[in-house]
Ligand binder design. Structure first.
Ligand code: HGY
Ligand code: MN
Ligand code: MN
Length: 453
């Protein structure tokens, strides 16, 4: 079957050439964005920072370059919009049409790779460039729905510990208790809003109503080894893992490292270490549940003092919420046993929770059609992967259907400077994304029913 994109460009043979140019532009721009970092060496760009503001300004420029109108929403997300082509000759565009949202996130973890989130935002802009149609002296979406690109501002949760703040605002799920969240310097989220030039009282204005949206479609690197091992470039995402994040305090007794007999020690570090190993043991024998202790600090931290306190984190994910919660119960039980045995006390504070999200069947179908358009005729169906990484779609699923396209990234290395994606795969990904949007346009046609989560 001739791909819709080939038919869309039938009269413009050079257009598909532009795919290779688009991929090169994405790769170059990933490098440019990588230079917007708070760190002297490595990439770090966190929510409501000067680097966030600079990245938003640059992305807005690139959005306007393809004819989009742009704005920064009330939660600091950068948005671009191409209006729908009007159905009547009376007016060139339909200004209030519902929008298909494309995009990803611009914020990073500390010492990040250059593609996590960023490549999805840039691929979305290139997809709009490919599909836009000239209307008078401006550009429009060729569909009865608008095309928007959103660059979410806090998918990682690096600064305040609670992830998905930008997309939660768009989903109308902002929580008042978040204003008191503090960063490592003790700045509250409320204060950071003000310093960034945002008005906390107006964060609700970032919320989008379900009827305003057709769906949310995100391209993202896999952040896992499956595509690399399969030797394939692209995959459909079936669902996004649920998440729960905790901060623990394990308390024992700080004592002299030499004079305190082992029998009377209550060593918080050894207890917390047993807990971290228990997380690995319990999760490893569970299917699709993943637990990681990423932060681990011993106090007072002197070489000749038995640690009296350890603060550590737990990032717990699962393909299904109830399975993840069962594992949490087992971990909590194990922590109780360790503490009893070692005469320690522990407490946990949950700082983030997001339910697992199944990608909307229609969006999975159009992503599959998109990927097939990049493969030789008669190719097998592309891989369908459960995302162990979290994404903004977990928040967006509250208001619209979510779809994701995964790109191969070498050995799945991510959240690390060695994160890699091939320019050719980005080209294939842009083509697949454009084909998916065209397929969606054809599927929805005049009904324009929004896609239910
Ligand atoms: O943590 C995650 O899975 C995502 O990269 N924020
Ligand atoms: Mn990430
Ligand atoms: Mn990401």
């Amino acid at each position: 079957m001739t791909a819709l994109l080939d038919r869309f460009f039938a009269a413009d043979a050079a257009a598909l050439e532009r795919l290779a140019v688009a991929a090169r532009r994405v790769m170059t721009r990933c490098e440019e964005l990588a230079r917007i970092s708070a760190a002297d060496s490595g990439i770090e760009r966190v929510y409501l920072s000067p680097e966030h503001a600079r990245a938003n300004r640059l992305i807005a420029e690139w959005m306007r370059e393809v004819g989009m109108t742009t704005w920064q929403d009330a939660a600091g997300n950068q948005v671009g919009r191409l209006e729908a082509r009007a159905r009547s000759a009376a007016a060139p565009v339909e200004p209030n049409a519902a929008a298909l949202l494309l995009g990803s996130h611009l914020d990073t973890v500390p010492d990040a790779g250059r593609y996590d989130g960023i490549v999805g935002v840039l691929m979305a802009i290139e997809t709009v460039r490919l599909l836009r149609v000239a209307v008078g002296r401006s550009w429009a979406s060729p569909f009865p729905f608008a095309l928007e690109v959103i660059a979410f501002s806090d998918e990682e949760g690096t600064r305040f510990g609670t992830a998905l703040l930008g997309s939660a605002a768009v989903a109308g799920a902002w929580r008042p208790e978040w204003w008191a969240l503090t960063d490592a310097a003790g700045t509250t989220l409320h204060q950071a809003f003000l310093e960034f030039g945002l008005d906390p009282a107006r964060v609700g204005e970032a919320a989008r109503r379900p009827e305003e949206l057709i769906g949310y479609l995100e391209a993202h690197i896999e952040q896992g080894p499956e595509l690399d091992q399969r030797g394939e470039a692209l995959a459909v995402v079936s669902s996004i893992a649920s998440a729960r994040r905790f901060q623990f305090v394990m308390e024992g007794e700080a004592r002299h490292a030499g004079g305190t007999p082992y029998a009377s020690r209550h060593d918080a570090l050894l207890g917390a270490s047993e807990a971290a190993l228990a997380v690995e043991r319990i999760c490893m024998d569970e299917h699709h549940v993943i637990g990681t202790v990423g932060r681990f600090e011993a106090f007072p931290g002197a070489v000749n003092v038995i640690p009296g306190e350890v603060r550590f984190s737990l990032d717990l994910r699962g393909e299904f919420d109830d399975q993840r919660d069962d594992v949490w119960d087992r971990i909590a039980e194990e922590l109780g046993a360790i503490s009893w045995r070692r005469g320690l006390r522990w407490q946990a504070r949950e700082v983030h929770r997001a339910a697992a999200v199944a990608c909307a069947p229609l969006l999975q179908d159009v992503v599959r059609a998109g990927i097939l358009s990049t493969l030789p005729g008669g190719a097998d169906d592309p891989a369908v992967i459960f995302s162990r990484a979290g994404h903004d779609g977990m928040a967006m699923a509250a208001v619209t259907g979510v779809g994701m396209l995964f790109l191969r990234n070498a050995d799945g290395i991510s959240h690390h400077p060695d994160e890699l994606v091939l320019g050719e795969d980005v080209g294939r990904g842009i083509r697949a994304l454009a084909e998916a949007v065209l397929t969606l346009g054809a599927e929805l046609g005049p009904t324009l029913a929004r896609i239910r989560p």
